[in-house]
Design a protein around this ligand. Structure first.
Ligand code: UDP
Length: 337
């Protein structure tokens, strides 16, 4: 299948794009590189473009004979969405509309959408099923939910097939350590832990130590990016025009912040500096995915989403590329950019 990956140079998008290429599909990335990295995309597979440019999107879909779209492109920081909702509604809502309109114009009728656990309200029982109440607590979650609903409305009217894939905590790195997380302003737990190990930060601030959890720190469901890749492949291979599917993507087990830290200490072989500070606004105590639906519908079988494997793969990446893609030899030689 010929798949256009918007946001295909981003952390999750590029991991899924590389997975698709390894599993019998053609795929190209359409990415404005505002958060993505050209080095994360295999040579010749990147088109630099913005989803807010509907004309370019339409041209690319037509010229590349696209069969299906995986729509990863988004802005995705909860605190930023609170301070800058304008950006979030523009990129996540209007950008999604542009993708759908380009699909209509070019006759592309299948879309897999990167949604999020942040579309669920905090009062649902754990593990979350796909039928849990969607009452997002943040502008980020609201924009992603609006995009979900818009996709369903377009699908009904114009006979698209769609899937909403609600990610929990996407994490880990390529198993050979060649590709991983690299953001200008890192906020995520696992890369921050390794920034401390690499002396790029003094210590890990643990947000909250008195939650109602087994050790007082927040529980999250960490899912490896290769397992997200497998899920995207299974979904797109099954998706037919007229289908509407919603799947949670998580391991189904949770780890506390302290457990993730301990796993990282085991991998690096020494203690990692940390301090417990006040909770971060908007952080729920526990988020765990119920992902039985995709397992039983499509045989999704995550292989790398235990915390030890996730942390070990992330450490390989941070060891080999302590400055992210800028430390890869081909980037240093100015080959890509
Ligand atoms: N976290 C933390 N210190 C940090 C970053 C994150 O204690 O510097 C915690 C955060 O409160 C959450 C978990 O680690 O409970 C995962 O956070 P992350 O930002 O990686 O993902 P999120 O769950 O917010 O999507």
């Amino acid at each position: 299948m010929n798949i256009l990956c918007t946001g295909g140079a981003g952390y999750v998008g590029s991991a899924c794009l590389r997975w698709l290429l390894r599993h019998g599909h053609e795929a190209i990335a359409y990415d404005d590189l505002s958060a993505g990295n050209a080095e994360a995309v295999p040579d010749g597979r990147l088109i630099v473009g913005d989803i807010l440019n509907g004309g370019q999107l339409t041209d690319v879909m037509a010229q590349h004979h696209v069969d299906a779209v995986m729509h990863f492109a988004a802005v995705a920081s909860v605190p930023e969405s609170i301070s800058d909702p304008d950006l979030y509604y523009r990129v996540n809502v209007l950008g999604t509309k542009n993708v759908l309109d380009a699909m209509r114009r070019t006759g592309v009728n299948r879309i897999v959408f990167s949604s999020t656990a942040a579309t669920y309200g905090f009062d649902n029982p754990m593990p979350l099923t796909e039928d849990a109440d969607q009452l997002p607590e943040t502008p980020y979650g609201t924009t992603k939910l609006a995009a979900e609903r818009m996709i369903a409305d377009y699908a009904r009217a114009y006979d698209f097939g769609y899937a909403w894939l609600r990610y929990f905590n996407a994490s880990g790195a390529d198993l050979d350590g060649q590709f991983g997380e690299d953001r200008d302003h890192e906020t995520h737990l696992i890369p921050i832990i390794f920034q401390v190990v690499n002396a790029h930060r003094e210590k890990l601030m643990i947000y909250g130590g008195t939650f109602d959890t087994r050790d007082g720190t927040c529980v999250r469901d960490y899912v490896h990016t290769d397992d997200l890749g497998q899920a995207h492949q299974r979904v797109i291979e099954a998706l037919k025009p007229g289908d509407g599917r919603a799947y949670n993507l998580g391991s189904g087990t949770g780890a506390t912040v302290m457990e993730v830290l301990r796993a990282a200490e085991n991998v690096v072989g020494h203690p990692i500096a940390h301090e417990i500070v006040d909770p971060r606004p908007g952080d729920p105590a526990v988020l765990i995915a119920g992902s039985d639906r995709i397992r039983s519908d499509l045989g999704w079988d995550p292989q790398h989403s235990d915390v030890e494997t996730i942390v070990a793969s992330a450490w390989r990446w941070h060891q080999q590329c302590p400055d992210g893609y800028a430390s890869k030899p081909e980037a240093a030689a100015g080959k890509s950019g």
